[in-house]
Design a protein around this ligand. Structure first.
Ligand code: C2E
Ligand code: MG
Ligand code: MG
Ligand code: MG
Length: 292
């Protein structure tokens, strides 16, 4: 199995991707109070099986709006929340809210979609994390089989024994696990091979050039093939163009999400989207806007 340092490749193929700006002092001070002030909101982005094309799930994505300002990017404040320790309370809120929303969406649309939930590896490495998370899971037995947990592997992932234990525990419970942003950091395919994973989510930086640059296309297909050979499924992140969708379908990528289909939306809008998709097929955001 290979160790592939993909970070450099991803940077060269997507030069506009910058590191998120540091959090201002004002926001850093506001962060510990954001939960009690109810400044967090979850948005949901649809995930599709590509062949046959079908809505199968949603990813919960966290939004923080402080004092009527523009929402703060999660990549900015998640790191700060890890530094301050607020990440644990935030994760609890995200998890319980997402499970509640899951039931609401199921009631309203009659569909039991997969629920993808982002977990910071930092969280998992806390000594109390596993018992604490298992307690949360005990309260939502109806969600377990639909739950998909995504762990970001950028932080050269502190692959501790604790993290391995966690993955194994989830496997026993029947919960699917994914490596998120694969190809962005120092992507180690050995982890993908050794962990009891359902699949990998390919970082969108790897998809940006596939329709113009044969080398990028080949690279994408090689990783896809390698993942499939390891028995892993693959979700493409950042599908923005019809040409990219065609490429992914030809390359037999399993799932996709991206602005071509829909961005992350507040729950009410997400449920309208699911409802609209039943009668119109899957509207892209522009068509969806005209349906409203
Ligand atoms: P992610 O888990 O890889 O989520 C996908 C990100 O790509 C989301 O950004 C989504 O809005 C964005 N995206 C989706 N489709 C497209 C597309 O076609 N084009 C482009 N340019 N972007 C697209 P978002 O919501 O800003 O989240 C960024 C990251 O923050 C997430 O990346 C995830 O790692 C982290 N994050 C979000 N919510 C949570 C959370 O509740 N907990 C933790 N620990 N991390 C979270
Ligand atoms: Mg994710
Ligand atoms: Mg990702
Ligand atoms: Mg990402």
């Amino acid at each position: 199995v290979l160790d592939v340092p993909i970070a450099e490749y991803a940077r060269s193929s997507c030069p506009s991707e910058g590191a998120p700006a540091a959090l201002s002092d004002q926001l850093r001070e506001a962060l510990p109070h954001a939960l009690e002030r109810q400044e967090f909101e979850l948005h949901y982005q649809p995930i599709f099986a590509l062949e046959p094309f079908q809505l199968i799930g949603m990813e919960a994505l966290l939004r923080w709006r402080h004092d009527y300002q523009e929402p703060v990017r999660p990549e900015q404040f998640i790191a700060a929340a890890e530094d301050s320790g607020d990440i644990h309370a935030i994760t609890t809120w995200v998890f319980t809210t997402a499970c509640r929303d899951f039931a609401r969406i199921q009631r309203r649309t009659g569909q039991a979609l997969q629920l993808s939930f982002n977990l910071s590896a930092y969280c998992v490495n806390h000594p109390c994390f596993i018992p604490w998370f298992c307690e949360l899971l005990d309260d939502v037995p109806h969600v377990t089989e639909f739950l998909h947990i995504e762990i970001t592997e950028t932080s050269a992932l502190v692959w501790t024994q604790r993290l391995l234990d966690f993955f194994q525990r989830l496997q026993v419970l029947g919960i699917s696990t994914w490596l998120d942003d694969f190809g962005r950091g120092y992507s180690n395919l050995k982890y993908a091979a050794d962990l009891p994973l359902k699949g990998i989510k390919m970082d969108r930086s790897l998809l940006t050039n596939v329709t113009e640059d044969p080398r990028s296309a080949q690279f994408y297909q090689d990783i896809l093939q390698l993942a499939h050979n390891l028995g892993l499924e693959v979700t493409a992140e950042g599908v923005e163009q019809a040409g990219e969708l065609r490429f992914l379908q030809i390359s037999r990528c399993d799932y996709g999400q991206g602005f071509l289909f829909a961005p992350a939306m507040p729950i009410a809008r997400f449920m309208d989207y699911v409802e609209a998709s039943k009668t119109t097929g899957f509207p892209n955001p522009k068509e969806f806007a005209t349906l409203q």
